[in-house]
Design a protein around this ligand. Structure first.
Ligand code: ADP
Ligand code: MG
Length: 246
């Protein structure tokens, strides 16, 4: 089967340093994979390469089997990539209402033409915000804003969703709520997801397959519960934190 998201031997250079160093990672259609790594290991850079915001110095990036970036060249620009992303800082547009935030991405991607209103209603209903359409982001709680960001990412029905630690700064109860919501949404849609996190428990809740990124290299891909009892401090910490399940 063709991978939905594929990086093959991808490097990204900044100055004299390699931020990504021959990273290879494939995510199949309908698969949810967690990308785990310590701070500064290159996780956000890897997502930026997939989004077309970063040019690889080596390697090939494919979306749905199509080459979208290769060494020195972005072939398909970010706005034409059928991807959605949720960042930690959400980046909701404060001057647009909740419905306006969703409408903006639908229009800019040209999706659900003529059915925008229905699509927005349906999406907000699914994240439990049916009555919040006319509010502005500043009039919502943190958890509600998070739900808007998730709804905005999924409203276009993208080929894949990239999550860049959107749950990192939340308290435990809110985090558990949102993990439950994400599990339900992804299962319902059969979404393809690459979920960046540095929290092994968050990865364990959402996925079975993980990739570990350390100093720009993918050092492990496979089941979280089959992580070998060896390797770096980070790998051992992941094993320790994820242990005890199943
Ligand atoms: P992570 O998301 O895993 O914390 P990043 O991909 O953000 O890691 O960063 C990887 C490395 O690239 C870090 O060493 C970081 O300092 C460096 N880096 C990130 N952004 C820039 C930038 N704009 N200019 C120079 N170096 C950067
Ligand atoms: Mg990051």
């Amino acid at each position: 089967m063709t991978s939905s998201l594929a990086l093959d031997d991808v490097s990204v250079t900044r100055g004299n340093s390699l931020v990504l160093d021959g990273a290879t990672l494939h995510v199949g259609e309908g698969e949810v994979v967690a990308l785990l790594g310590p701070s500064g290991s290159g996780k956000s850079t890897l997502l930026r390469v997939l989004l077309g915001l970063e040019v690889p110095s080596r390697g090939v990036v494919k979306l749905g089997g199509r080459t979208v970036s290769e060494a020195g060249r972005v072939r398909l620009p970010p706005e034409e990539r059928d991807l959605a992303v949720v960042f930690q800082d959400l980046a909701l547009w404060p001057h647009l209402t909740v419905a306006g935030n969703l409408a903006f991405v639908l229009r800019s991607k040209g999706r659900f033409r003529g059915e925008e209103r229905d699509r927005i209603h349906q999406m907000l209903d699914q994240v439990g915000l049916a009555d919040f359409e006319d509010r502005y982001p500043g009039e919502l709680s943190g958890g509600e804003q998070q739900r808007v960001a998730i709804a905005r990412a999924l409203v276009t029905d993208p080929a894949a969703v990239l999550l860049d630690e959107p749950l990192a700064n939340l308290d435990i109860a809110l985090k558990q709520d949102l993990i439950a919501l994400l599990i339900e949404l992804f299962r319902e849609r059969g979404s393809t997801v690459l979920h960046v996190t540095h929290d092994p428990r968050e990865a364990a809740a959402l996925t079975e397959r993980v990739a570990i990124l350390e100093e720009g290299r993918i050092t492990y891909t496979g089941r979280l519960d089959e992580l070998p009892d060896a390797g770096s401090t980070f790998t051992r910490a992941v094993r320790g934190a994820a242990g005890g399940r199943g």
